[in-house]
Write a protein that binds this ligand. Structure first.
Ligand code: AHN
Ligand code: ZN
Length: 342
């Protein structure tokens, strides 16, 4: 292979982005997304870093090695310290927002939202987020004896954080035009145990407690961002990310931006055009309380019992369900989106 060929290949990689003009076949998206206000930008060339999927995979593995990250556990504390120091090592200004939150069952959770600000002096910002805690119980496990056992949460918890740590690493090497905030929310997955669903009361909110606290008490007074992207359960092989209901309701043009970008980047197999249900997740509070349009990229699997995949909230949610190819599809798409924002 001659060096000229290599140079061309390298340039193609570096200049892959999502600001190409409209009219490509990837624009043939579902009407609801297509008819949004998002307009194609001129095709100026932007340097977009290459997302290293092996690095992201290793970041998932590193979290799982701490054991379950259940609030108040030793593994949770140690992993939180690890996440904070990793983000700081990538040049971010990092804040841990510590708060005691009472869960639906009376447990007082020593919760910790971990907030990393890249280029904090910039006014125009993008929010990227994931939850870092893991479910205290495998309450969807097929074996009833396992339903009070904590899970590894490789996919549910680990995957979104792993992809964002790799993005943080890229941000340390190549600055973006806008400021970026990466937030790892705590206490997302302490929602009511499936055995107690009959006790649920109308309107109760037992999930996504850390993000609710942050949205009510943002780390910066009057915090705002152009938009937000939540990554949740993004590591399984052959994942399908559907058009989640709250994302479509609150942030349709951001969905269009991201799904179009995924298509142009060659990831249409993962970014499905089928509609998903409305999922109570961290993005909901960002939308409802702060009014920042925030989407949720989350696996949907209508063939599985709870709609998120057969491993979800079972003891099988371990490294066997993490595929670097899926992390790549999501991570590269997010990089392409954020490096193209001006
Ligand atoms: C509910 O099941 C209501 N919300 C799911 C959000 C979630 C749980 N994401 C990860 N684990
Ligand atoms: Zn969960």
């Amino acid at each position: 292979m001659n060096s000229c060929f290599l140079t061309i290949m390298f340039s193609l990689l570096l200049f892959a982005g999502c600001s190409s003009p409209s009219g490509s076949k990837a624009d043939a998206v579902k009407n609801s997304v297509q008819n949004s206000a998002e307009v194609a930008k001129p095709a100026d060339k932007v340097n977009v870093p290459v997302f290293n999927a092996d690095s992201a995979y290793n970041f998932v593995e590193a979290q799982v090695a701490f054991g379950p990250r259940v609030p108040n556990s030793n593994g949770h504390k140690a992993c939180g310290d690890y996440l904070e120091s990793k983000l700081a090592s990538y040049g971010a200004t990092v804040i841990s927002q510590n708060v005691d939150i009472t869960a639906y069952n009376g447990d007082v959770l020593k919760a910790r939202n971990i907030i990393a600000q890249f280029q904090p002096e910039k006014g125009e910002r993008i929010l990227l987020c994931a939850h870092w805690d893991t479910r205290p119980w495998a309450d969807s496990d097929p074996d009833p004896d396992m339903r009070y056992t904590p899970i590894d949460g490789a996919n549910d918890g680990g995957s979104g954080v792993g992809a964002l740590l790799e993005i943080a690493r890229q941000l340390s090497l190549n600055p973006t035009e806008l400021g970026i905030d990466i937030i790892f929310f705590d206490a997302e997955d302490y929602g009511r145990h499936a055995d107690e669903w009959r006790d649920a009361v109308e309107g109760e909110e037992t999930w996504a407690l850390g993000s609710k606290h942050w949205a009510q008490n943002p780390h910066v007074k009057g915090y705002n961002a152009r938009f937000g992207i939540l990554l949740d359960i993004i590591g399984a092989p052959n994942s399908k990310f559907c058009l989640e209901g709250y994302s479509m309701y609150y942030a349709r043009n951001i969905m269009a931006k991201v799904w179009n970008c995924a298509n142009r980047s060659g990831y249409s197999e993962y970014f499905s055009m089928s509609e998903g249900g409305m999922i109570t997740d961290d993005h909901l509070h960002v939308n409802r309380i702060l009014g920042i349009p925030c989407i949720d990229i989350i696996n949907c699997d209508v063939t599985s019992p709870n709609g998120f995949g057969p491993y979800h909230h079972t003891i099988k949610d371990n490294m066997d369900w993490i595929d670097a190819k899926t992390l790549k599809a999501v991570g590269q798409t997010v990089l392409n989106v954020i490096y193209n924002e001006k």
